[in-house]
Design a protein around this ligand. Sequence first.
Ligand SMILES: [Fe+2]
Length: 100
Amino acid sequence: MMTVVMYAVSPRMAYHFSECVESHAFSTYDKFLNAQGEELKKLPARDVAVKYYTGDDLYLFDEFQTSRPPQSRRPKIRNLYDVFFNIRDDEAEHCNTMTA
Ligand SMILES: [Fe+2]
């Protein structure tokens, strides 16, 4: 709702706000990985995450990797650390996409 109001006032301001949200998401996941990384490495990845990052149909995954060629990013998901590592990198991709 807040972004809608911002957009009504200034589309540029709303876009910048969204860029800040993506950047904050990256930073938050990065801090989480640094703080809890060793524990996360001992925990298994959820099936849904393994399927999302390594499944047979990665068309939508590639569609959102706008700052790199399709099929050039193929994460390994061995544990919960890898899941959050890749979620963090997804946020970086969102930042790159918005910058582009
Ligand atoms: Fe995002």
